[in-house]
Design a protein around this ligand. Structure first.
Ligand SMILES: Nc1ncnc2c1ncn2[C@@H]1O[C@H](COP(=O)(O)OP(=O)(O)OP(=O)(O)O)[C@@H](O)[C@H]1O
Ligand SMILES: [Mg+2]
Length: 332
């Protein structure tokens, strides 16, 4: 690698990091006391994946999703998921045009850059699968015609915990399509006091302005892909994922797709922290957000109080951590 190339790379990295930090700072203006969650949520965006936010009502899920969308100067649409939402309400529909005597495709809300699928587990399985197919394939096929979605298509879905009434839990195969899942949790009293004051005259979200656009996002994602992930770390990812499948009480462990996201999100974290190489710490720090929602436990294990988070913790404690060379690569 020539010197200029090295400099060009570090300039791209610095630019990408600046975008990431600006987005983070912007979202924190409306979400109080959840800096780690905000960072994780944005890593899904940087890594090019989709984000699932799960929590009980009133914990800022919709506001977090909207704040991420607002922070990007991109097209944004929202689908409120309900039991009567039809697949065509999501993807779009062919309509007959009496003037041309032909069918034309009327685009559904997925034809956007950032899509907020609010309360996704209130939609019926058919509507959910229509959405989740778009997420994976980044295209819509209606009446044999394929319509591509935008390159940067990013879904932020929110859901209430599955135990709540009137919900259709997302099946495992669909949960797997989210790069990561975060939980917000209640703000602590000091933060809640700040929230009360913030909303005295209106919602701070209404005053939130974009801080990055499509080109910044494209550059950010390209920079994430350039972050080095040492061979020992790739093996570490593979070992972590394999260990989830062998853990006692697990019916379904993490898939190869999970491994891909663990690597990508780990790279994104390294970039946000200003490194052009990943460390074991990057993978460990995102492991819960990437893995937990994909692990399905045996009913007996669940009843005995075992959780996906506990399994991820065990796996992290058990799999040997590689020692990664962190200096510059040896010269020629
Ligand atoms: N940590 C937080 N920081 C800032 N505002 C918060 C936080 N937690 C909750 N709020 C505020 O609480 C209100 C409700 O939040 P929001 O509508 O996003 O909840 P939700 O999780 O989407 O609930 P539901 O499941 O009922 O849709 C908003 O005004 C939001 O700003
Ligand atoms: Mg909501």
């Amino acid at each position: 690698m020539g010197q200029d190339e090295g400099r060009g790379q570090s300039a791209a990295l610095a630019g990408a990091r600046a975008t990431a930090l600006a987005l983070e700072a912007n979202v924190r203006r409306v979400i109080q006391g959840k800096d780690e969650v905000v960072r994780l949520a944005l890593l899904a965006l940087h890594a090019g994946g989709h984000l699932l936010i799960e929590d009980v009502p009133g914990t800022g899920k919709t506001v977090l999703a909207r704040a991420i969308a607002r922070s990007l100067d991109l097209r944004f649409r929202r689908v409120q998921c309900t039991q009567d939402l039809l697949p065509s309400d999501v993807t779009g529909v062919s309509v007959f045009d009496p003037r041309t005597l032909d069918f034309t495709f009327r685009e559904g809300p997925v034809f956007t850059d950032v899509l907020l699928a609010d309360e996704v587990n209130r939609a019926t399985p058919r509507a959910q699968s229509a959405l989740l197919e778009c997420m994976e394939e980044r295209q819509v096929t209606v009446d044999g015609q394929t319509h591509p979605l935008t390159a940067g298509f990013f879904v932020v879905a929110t859901q209430n915990p599955v135990e709540l009434e009137g919900t259709f839990p997302l099946p495992e195969a669909q949960l797997d399509r989210f790069a990561l899942q975060v939980r917000l949790g209640y703000p602590d009293p000091a933060d809640l006091a700040v929230i009360l004051e913030d909303q005295r005259r209106g919602h701070p979200l209404d005053a939130l302005a974009p801080v990055a656009g499509a080109e910044d996002l494209r550059a950010l994602r390209a920079a994430v892909a350039e972050v080095a992930l040492d061979a020992s770390l790739r093996r570490y990812v593979a070992d972590l994922v394999a260990a989830t499948r062998e853990a006692p009480g697990v019916v379904l462990g993490a898939s190869p797709r999970a491994a891909l996201w663990l690597a990508r999100v780990g790279r994104a974290r390294a970039l946000v922290l200003g490194r052009d190489f990943a460390l074991p710490d990057d993978l460990q720090a995102v492991a819960h957000a990437v893995l937990d929602h994909r692990l399905i436990l045996e009913p007996r294990a669940r009843l005995a109080g075992r959780t996906a988070a506990a399994i991820t913790d065990e796996v992290l404690a058990q799999v040997p951590v590689p020692v990664v060379p962190t200096g510059p690569p040896p010269g020629p």
